[in-house]
Design a protein around this ligand. Sequence first.
Ligand SMILES: Cc1cc2nc3c(=O)[nH]c(=O)nc-3n(C[C@H](O)[C@H](O)[C@H](O)COP(=O)(O)O)c2cc1C
Ligand SMILES: [Fe+2]
Ligand SMILES: [Fe+2]
Length: 408
Amino acid sequence: MNITKMSGPVYRMGVNIHEEGYLFEGLWPIPDGVSINSYLVQGDKTAVIDLTQETAGLVESLSRQIEMTGTALEDLDYVIVNHMEPDHSGMLKDFVSKNKKARFICSEKAVPLLQQFCSVPEDRIDSVKDGDTLDLGQGQVLTFFMVPNVHWPETMVTWLDSEKTLFACDAFGSYGKVEDEIFDDQLSDERAAFYEKEALRYYANIVASFSMFVDKAIAKLAGLDIKIIAPSHGIVWRKNPAKIIEHYQRYASYAKGPAEKEVCLVWASMYGNTEKAVSPLIRGLKEEGVEVNLFRVPQDDLGHILAAAWKSAGLIFAMPTYEYKMFPPMATVVDDLMIKKVKNKKVLRVGSFGWVGGAEKDFRTRTEKAGWDIMDSVEFQGCPTEEDLKNVENSARELAKQIKEFVG
Ligand SMILES: Cc1cc2nc3c(=O)[nH]c(=O)nc-3n(C[C@H](O)[C@H](O)[C@H](O)COP(=O)(O)O)c2cc1C
Ligand SMILES: [Fe+2]
Ligand SMILES: [Fe+2]
């Protein structure tokens, strides 16, 4: 991969992960890969901002790219560690063994992590507080801002005032590998839409639970005259940095109020009885002009479901009873939505049971604390009758009406 000279003394470097079957954070499928970006700023001293993970090939690739900027790895003066998650810090173990002089700049909370995760000796670490600066010489001054819980407690961002560039690490990132098009102004409409979709999925998977802290971070950075946002995943925003900030603000707002006029419909069925309710559900929603994001479990993955659920004002769960509880893969989905703090939703549940049911009680218990506005469920024994299916469709229509009122 080539390095890219950005504005002034800044280089963008990066690696891509796009192995088939790779799960980001060991959990989220990334069929179109993900980039891990690093940056290098040259003054009299040279600083590298965030590295990459400890994966064979990636460490070598980033090391080569650093050298291509003209600074040998062992001559780097500073490593700015915005975030300790190993996708950015894993390479440090290798780095510390090769570079004997660099100082490591991080937040106070990151200090013990840097020692424990990466074996960086304490006497080489300088912790910084909000607003602290590091002068690299030649007018290049880095300023650090703490953005706790976006998405780890030790996270900070780095500001280069001379280039009005924010090195935002995980904030404002997205999935999707990055190859020849590094900047937002190089993207076709289709590619721009791709990264927008991947930004939402990244947000829902990685950042969603911390939406309150996203709001705080954006408020804290509001005074900066940002011309470039350089995140550690995805493209660099230099034509319209406000766009990705607006996206993140909008995503964060879904934690507090209505999301979009859409429904995330997740269904499961062992023998086809619950499945018969899916078409009437879709019909009811569509007739009211509400978009449907359709998933089946266990076939579809949690990461995509989570992204659709996050952006939809309505949720529908259709599943049968299984051993007196919800069909197990659906329980996993529901529990994950709870963990990710998916709130403020209009919700409907439908499903088939054999003798006494049990999914209903299980569903209500698991979602007790969600604060969802849940309609009366539609349940049927075995195969749904014509009347059951009419009830299902009417309930979907009613849900759609509630969503339209909610979204306004
Ligand atoms: C493994 C298994 C466990 C089940 N457990 C229950 C149960 O605890 N309570 C109940 O009322 N029905 C139970 N059922 C019956 C199903 O809920 C019923 O057959 C339903 O119609 C299946 O819907 P489906 O065709 O959408 O999968 C169970 C069925 C299976 C196969
Ligand atoms: Fe992270
Ligand atoms: Fe990351």
